[in-house]
Design a protein around this ligand. Structure first.
Ligand SMILES: *Cc1c(COP(=O)(O)O)cnc(C)c1O
Length: 494
């Protein structure tokens, strides 16, 4: 494949360029220009392409409520041949091979894992960002683009009552955010060398796997990990955390990091953040709060659940979850500027023109990336265009819809999990025997039907089906459709 592409693209007529005279160079440049000029698409064609793209988007969105949220179909023809295709042809392939395979994450009937959505205004921002292509990693190179990222961090600090002196950065999502925050924790507590094996990290049993993964990536695979048990609402028990830390201190270990969660992935539980913060404060441990899913519910009537989050040393939040931005936008806030800069600020000679500008205005000094997608615009533009209140109303709607969903399921004879903290809950049918097996069969039937998508989990040994509501497109009708489907599938199993 590669050969075909390079063969067509270059073909330098076997000239040794250093021996060419200037006339020959000009002639060759003209010839190459003819071959590559189509990369600068002329205005008339651009207009036509934008129209095709807009038509595609309108058609896709227009049909969303009628198409399945899940398909078991797999793509078969995505290969790169190096040959040209029209945008129409490409969009056709995209539709059948990408849009119509797997989970339709844009659907309001996606209730699996953690749904997102993808508001249209994200796409406008991405389009403008891609066309103008500012170098958003470095303030000197793009004070406007870096400035937008800085303003978002300022705004997030105010949302979570973090001090003005805190720093933060935008990332591709929660996993990278966690990696950045835990690296700062590691370096603040100088966890390296022989100290690693006696350093202790405290996690809830419901911690997201990205935390353990981040610890592994940053060289802390061999720390001691304590899984702290949960109460009946699936929240970490602060008293159990305190007891465990005391035991570890007595054994001369080094408790340095506590990870709490504000909205667990499985059940949406918010750990008792204030109590955990007190424990962390007493033992001078770094408190990291994973608010990737739940964080933005702090803007809603549930805000009291988040008391104490402002005491954390670091938090992560995912606008690509709780603010309905298309995938690819996370954020991390860290109180100790120097802990973050210690690992991430870096300067090469080729960056010397940038060095004079303030260190922390350049996202490149606060994250592993240098060149980066100008991802700030995909949150800044939607917030400017819509204002904040529709986002908050949409989150409130999800809080109410989970109650509606649970009541409908209970009326059908299903058991449901404990009163949810946020917008995630779970259910199972109390079959007389082989409950786990039959609930799994019910899940399989739901996946096979595909009208709405749900995912499963095992909670305290019980096979359960999760309902996670977070798409801005999830409405009462989406829930009604899902309940009708669940009822149809239940009849097949019973
Ligand atoms: C989604 C999620 C993550 C991981 O975030 P990504 O954006 O998928 O990398 C971490 N923690 C929690 C609680 C999450 O819900």
């Amino acid at each position: 494949m590669v050969e075909i592409i390079s063969d067509q693209a270059i073909n330098l007529n076997n000239h040794e360029s250093s021996t060419m005279d200037i006339e020959e160079i000009i002639k060759e440049l003209d010839r190459l220009h003819e071959k590559n000029r189509e990369l600068e698409i002329p205005e008339e064609e651009r207009t036509a392409l934008v129209k095709q793209m807009g038509d595609y988007a309108n058609n896709f969105i227009g049909r969303l409520s009628k198409v399945d949220a899940f398909s078991e179909k797999r793509p078969t023809s995505l290969s790169i041949t190096g040959k040209k295709k029209s945008l129409q042809e490409i969009l056709q392939i995209y539709q059948t091979e990408v849009a119509e395979t797997g989970i339709n994450a844009a659907s309001g009937k996606h209730f699996g894992y953690i749904p997102a959505g993808g508001i249209f205004s994200t796409a406008i921002a991405d389009f403008i960002a891609a066309i103008t292509n500012p170098y958003a990693g470095v303030y000197y190179a793009a004070p406007g683009a870096a400035g937008i990222e800085n303003e978002i961090i300022q705004w997030l600090k105010s949302v979570f009552s973090f001090p003005l002196t805190a720093v933060g950065t935008l990332t591709s999502g929660g996993s990278i955010s966690a990696q950045i925050a835990l690296t700062a924790a590691r370096d603040k507590h100088a966890v390296k060398g022989e100290k690693i094996a006696r350093s202790v990290v405290y996690l809830s049993e419901q911690v997201h796997q990205s935390v353990q993964k981040a610890l592994r990536i940053i060289g802390l695979e061999d720390v001691i990990m304590r899984l702290i048990p949960l109460d009946e609402h699936h929240r970490m028990k602060a008293s159990a955390l305190e007891d465990q830390i005391q035991k570890d201190v007595e054994q001369n270990l080094h408790p340095f990091l506590i990870v709490g969660t504000a909205g667990t992935t499985d059940t949406g539980a918010v750990d008792p953040l204030d109590e955990i913060a007190d424990v962390a404060g007493r033992h001078k441990a770094w408190l990291h709060i994973d608010a990737a899913y739940g964080g933005f519910f702090i803007l809603t009537s549930k805000k009291d659940l988040f008391n104490g989050i402002e005491k954390a040393d670091s938090i992560i939040i995912d606008p690509h979850k709780g603010l309905f931005i298309s995938y690819g936008l996370g954020a991390v806030l860290i109180k100790d500027k120097n802990a973050l800069l210690h690992t991430h600020a870096y300067s090469g000679h080729y960056m010397q023109d940038a060095a004079a500008e303030e260190l922390i205005r350049s996202p490149a000094n606060l994250s592993p990336e240098l060149t980066r997608h100008f991802r700030g615009l995909r949150l800044w533009l939607p917030l400017q265009l819509h204002g904040l209140s529709p986002f908050v109303a949409c989150l409130e709607e999800k809080l109410l819809l989970i109650q509606y969903f649970r009541k409908k399921l209970t009326a059908l004879g299903f058991c449901v999990g404990p009163e949810p903290d946020l917008s995630i809950s779970y259910f199972w049918y109390p079959f007389d025997n082989e409950s786990n097996l039959k609930n799994k069969q019910l899940m399989d039937a739901i996946h096979h039907e595909g009208d709405a998508f749900l995912s499963s989990s095992i909670i305290s040994g019980q096979y359960v089906i999760r309902i996670a509501l977070l798409s801005f497109r999830t409405k009462r009708e989406s829930v009604d459709d899902a309940v009708a489907m669940i009822e149809r599938c239940l009849k097949k199993i019973k």
